[in-house]
Design a protein around this ligand. Sequence first.
Ligand code: SF4
Length: 300
Amino acid sequence: MSKLNVHLASHYGMCFGVRDALAATRSTYNESDVTVLGQLVHNPVVSQELTENGVKKGDLNNPTTGIGGTVIITAHGASESDRSRWSSTQSKVLDTTCPLVHKAHKSLVSLVDSGFFPVVIGKKGHAEVNGLVGDFPQAIVIEGDEDIFEVPYEGKIGIVSQTTQPIERVNELVEKIRSTRNACEVKFIDTVCAPTKNRQKAVKDLSKFCDLIVVVGGSNSNNTAQLVSKVEGLGCRAVQVERPEDLIFDWFIGAKDVGVTAGTSTLEETVTSVSERIKAISDEMALKDRECLGKERILC
Ligand code: SF4
């Protein structure tokens, strides 16, 4: 058996929004009292690093956490009401909201200001989605087809999306809303971010010729899960790992081309070590093959 061909996606891994939020948080390591309001990134490797450097985890909805110290609003953002509640405490607020999440907030505000009923396509309960709808108690979150019935049947409907949703799925849901709300004016502002679109497109390209795609990212990361489901939806095999130690030898038996991609909260060094482990597995497989061939010759 020949060695595995390992292909890295043309776009993968940590996006600028998460990278900048992480850099801002790392710059606080020497401060005595730092609390992240929620999960900075959905990645266990990074979470462990923060804990080891004394960064505490707090609750965005509980403005008594971290009083007196520095509190960090994550790249996922927050509602204006949450932001101003924290600003009125004694804590110093470090806001690491990604500019593209800010853009999604502004888009929703502009729709509501123009008289549109707010609808957000995204994962219910996700920090970014909670932040988007936090200032609009009337807003509806659409996670799947079953939620569409909640959208009003008349008036003006304004839709934005969580930044990390697959754009094809978002467009599909928007079209379903349009086609079932003939009496409504439906306006959609595309707020899926470019890094998400690039990573989804790159993994689609890999799925065309790979036998298996390894997706590196936290098991609690929404965009990592979206990459896995994209690959599976295209009929290709996908496995998700957080670290090289999670890779299983048997996954690669019978494979020839293996793709590697990573979610937007995955560190570059984790992707590199996973790719190196796959290459080591490939060497082990080739060695086993040579040993088997040798045994066959002796038997003949
Ligand atoms: S996934 Fe997109 S919106 Fe979210 S932090 Fe990264 S660049 Fe910003």
